[in-house]
Design a protein around this ligand. Structure first.
Ligand SMILES: *[C@@H]1O[C@H](CO)[C@@H](O)[C@H](O)[C@H]1NC(C)=O
Ligand SMILES: *[C@@H]1O[C@H](CO)[C@@H](O)[C@H](O)[C@H]1NC(C)=O
Ligand SMILES: *[C@@H]1O[C@H](CO)[C@@H](O)[C@H](O)[C@H]1NC(C)=O
Ligand SMILES: *[C@@H]1O[C@H](CO)[C@@H](O)[C@H](O)[C@H]1NC(C)=O
Ligand SMILES: *[C@@H]1O[C@H](CO)[C@@H](O)[C@H](O)[C@H]1NC(C)=O
Length: 752
């Protein structure tokens, strides 16, 4: 008896110990969140291509801020990682978000343990960065863009925080096929042959995925993945807001998890009735006319949303990595005049950079390219998600510091000491890339600047002698680090950060590292962790680079790539030793993390330039519909094709009289809905988050009244039935009058 009791207590003790170990080693608190950050959909310049003519004119699908938070316990160590469907992170956004988090949460979320990363879509609105060079084409700062992003980050973090509950995390990695190629292969070839020989490709094909598991509901709550490919499937001529291929992948992944591997339009209520004859359907549809414009409430469109955000949904995010030289335009770059491949070293056609343009897999259809590159990432992520079994355990930790990149002393392997330089751009920057050619007269690889450009440059700012020498072999086209009027043109103070989740480490970099630059940094961090970690880190330690995080400072090429001065090297701001400086400083972070030490304090802080921002973009000042019309009235109705239904690939559309969408961004709502008649009720089946639904906005070219076009590309899976298109919008009579909300629906039509 006694003996039995004894045994039992041992068993109990062992079990308790085991579960304790499990709790300490295996389980974290995890929360995810997601919030709409779609900016102004009319007349605002887009971030990425720096193309003055590329201003928004509608929405392909909405942009989101997606967050995960992991914590050791309710008061324990934690970090938050935010992925934005944005061109990049912005210093000013980060500063404002941190201020708001401090107000809400005290010292729980700070610069140390919050990472804000951009997917690098080139189809979001611009004007949210604080340094001059990044807001020239947007005519300065655009408060509406900025505000939408800050608010969405804050809300997604609040959601994730409120959702924190015990869970497990699984890591998986695999190769993504054909979703990126090197767009500067000639520069890659400058890297030492023995180094290149260690890799099978001139791009990193690895996708790294974290899967978050809730043991209580026995369901996953989210997954975040990292993979390097540019957000340039959509071209420099596109005017629709889009998350590009990563935003698309996220939309496909979340829909796949939420609705299954099928379209949304499969009837929600399964009808037991016999299928209805097409002619009967058409007859029914013909009786249903456009509703005309009607007033509605501020949040009415949210009720019509197919994907309502109640803060409890599955969050699937596709994050950026060492993307510098990786293009999604995987067919290669060709001359638009001859159709022949461009010059290998210069990416030009008979000396003209503007004729050399990359082709995506859907060429010449950029929407199709976006879809295909998005699907390739989504399919791999789904596979990694389904097979993830490597459970993470161990400490959560983080290190963060600010560096003044203007003159970091770097000790090279041969003990010589070199320095970084004030920021500067070379002529290869002005040439642009094969994803979006830049100005005429420049070519990638230019190592000289002609006299005329030198004179023009000197009117703006003549670079100092020191700068010219420091940046060599880059010729200084714009000495942005020395240009301070009307305010700083380029950042000098940059954050670097490491986040640890057991044996998984995120390296947050404020820019676009090229493939080889990223490999060198990852390797240096991993070696430093292992050699200082006392067994805490090992060969299986997985290091991932989170690109474009916390702030933006353009590119980082290797010392060797820098010699060729293609776009990436010409945009490596702080001179030939920029990468060496990053590696040196990240090793300090890695060592501190491995040994459990804190970093020596620094007084450095990036400046908050919000009070000096210039804004030249005017806000709309009031709208009215044409005489005799109401907002939401039909301008051009959806028309049933003669004697048949719409089928897959058809594009039923309707045009409504509408006001500028900048009066209200309808955050977490929708400008466009496809409704399906089920019984006697209209059920929303697609919203403006859908890949197949387009919201376009323009001024009528004769009357200058606003027009909203809703266009639906009928997908394969769309069920037969009666449909109509609905528009939501908001207007103001004058700049200071209150918002008035309206809606209208088209006549009905059929799909079979
Ligand atoms: C920016 O927009 C927000 C929200 O509308 C407003 O509170 C703020 O005052 C604006 N800031 C500026 C500088 O216009
Ligand atoms: C590219 O430039 C390198 C020198 O940097 C040269 O050796 C090579 O022949 C050039 N390739 C082509 C295809 O022009
Ligand atoms: C979805 O279905 C298609 C076709 O049936 C299949 O090829 C694909 O692998 C599926 N995707 C996922 C993520 O399950
Ligand atoms: C960064 O370093 C440069 C060069 O030493 C110096 O002029 C500048 O004041 C520094 N910036 C800050 C914010 O410390
Ligand atoms: C107005 O736009 C329509 C449709 O885009 C076009 O066909 C027409 O030529 C334009 N008219 C003028 C006067 O620009």
């Amino acid at each position: 008896m006694h003996k039995h009791l004894h045994l039992l207590s041992i068993v109990v003790a062992v079990c308790t110990a085991f579960s304790l170990i499990n709790e300490v080693d295996g389980d974290y608190l995890i929360g995810v969140g997601s919030y709409d950050m779609t900016g102004p959909a009319a007349g605002v310049n887009m971030m990425g291509y720096a193309n003055m003519e590329q201003s928004t004119a509608g929405i392909h699908f909405r942009l989101r801020a997606r967050t995960f938070i992991v914590a050791e316990s309710s008061q324990g160590a934690r970090f938050a990682f935010v992925n934005l469907d944005a061109g990049m992170a912005s210093q000013l956004v980060t500063i404002k978000v941190l201020q708001r988090l401090k107000t809400r949460f005290g010292d729980l979320y700070t610069q140390e343990n919050v990472a804000i990363s951009g997917t690098h879509t080139h189809a979001g609105t611009a004007g949210y960065l604080q340094y001059v060079i990044y807001s020239i084409t947007s005519l300065g700062f655009v408060n509406q863009s900025f505000d939408a992003i800050v608010k969405a980050i804050e809300q997604s973090i609040v959601q994730a925080h409120n959702n924190l509950k015990p869970g497990s995390i699984f890591l998986n990695t695999g190769d993504v096929e054909n979703a990126g190629i090197n767009r500067s292969p000639s520069a890659y070839l400058f890297n030492p042959p023995e180094e290149r020989a260690r890799y099978s490709s001139d791009v990193d094909t690895t996708m790294t995925l974290l899967k978050f598991w809730d043991p209580e509901s026995k369901k996953s709550i989210g997954a975040f993945s990292w993979f390097a490919t540019h957000g340039t499937s959509m071209s420099r001529d596109n005017k629709l807001i889009s998350g590009d291929n990563k935003g698309a992948a996220a939309r496909f992944f979340e829909d796949w998890f939420t609705f299954g591997n099928k379209s949304l339009s499969t009837p929600i209520t399964k009808s037991s009735a016999k299928p209805v004859e097409t002619s009967t359907l058409i007859k029914k549809a013909q009786t249903i006319k456009a509703t005309g414009g009607k007033p509605c409430g501020k949040t009415t469109s949210q009720g019509f949303k197919v994907r309502k955000n109640d803060g409890s949904g599955f969050v699937g995010a596709f994050c950026q990595s060492n993307v510098g030289d990786v293009t999604p335009n995987v067919l290669g770059a060709f001359c638009t005049d001859t159709g022949k491949p461009c010059d290998f070293n210069r990416s030009s056609c008979n000396g003209d950079d503007q004729l050399c343009v990359g082709r995506g897999p859907g060429y010449p259809d950029e929407i199709l390219s976006t879809k295909i590159i998005g699907e390739r990432q989504f399919q791999k992520a789904a596979e990694l998600f389904n097979s993830a079994s490597n459970q993470l355990s161990g400490k959560i930790d983080y290190r963060h510091t600010y560096l003044n990149f203007t003159n970091i002393e770097v000790e090279l392997d041969d003990n010589t000491v070199v320095k970084t330089c004030p920021a500067a751009l070379g002529p290869g920057f002005a040439a642009g890339t094969t994803d979006g050619p830049g100005m005429f007269g420049f070519q990638q690889g230019d190592t000289e600047i002609n006299e005329m450009w030198k004179r023009l440059r000197d009117i703006l700012k003549e670079p100092s002698r020191y700068q010219v020498d420091c940046q060599k072999p880059k010729p200084v086209l714009l000495s942005t680090g020395e240009m301070l009027v009307p305010y700083a043109w380029a950042p000098a103070i940059l954050p670097i950060q490491m986040l640890r989740l057991g044996n998984f480490v995120i390296v947050s970099v404020p820019g676009e590292f090229t493939t080889m630059a990223g490999r060198r940094l990852r390797e240096a961090v991993k070696e430093t962790l292992i050699s200082n970690g006392n067994g805490d880190f090992n060969d299986k330690t997985h290091v991932v680079i989170a690109g474009l995080t916390n702030t933006y400072s353009q590119y980082v090429a290797t010392f060797e790539e820098y010699k060729q001065q293609r776009y990436e090297a010409a945009s490596t701001l702080y001179g030939p030793h920029t990468l060496s400086a990053y590696i040196q400083e990240f090793k300090k972070l890695a060592k501190a993390m491995a040994t459990g030490e804190q970093l020596g304090g620094t007084d450095l802080l990036p400046p908050d330039l919000s009070s000096v921002q210039l804004s030249y973009l005017l806000d709309p000042v009031g709208d009215s519909p044409p005489p005799g019309k109401k907002f939401g009235d039909i301008n051009q109705d959806a028309a049933q094709p003669k004697g048949r239904s719409f089928t897959k690939g058809d594009k039923p559309s309707a045009i409504f009289w509408s006001a500028n969408p900048r009066y209200d961004l309808l955050i977490e709502g929708t400008f466009a809905v496809v409704e399906m008649l089920q019984g006697e009720r209209w059920i929303p089946v697609y919203d403006d988050d859908d890949f197949c639904l387009y919201f376009k906005w323009k001024l009528d070219n004769i009357t200058f009244y606003g027009l909203a076009t809703i266009e639906w590309e009928v997908p394969e899976e769309a069920a037969s039935g009666v449909y109509r298109l609905r528009h939501f919008g908001s207007s103001k009579k004058t700049k200071d009058s209150p918002n008035e909300y309206f809606t209208g629906a088209s006549s009905a039509f059929t799909v079979s």
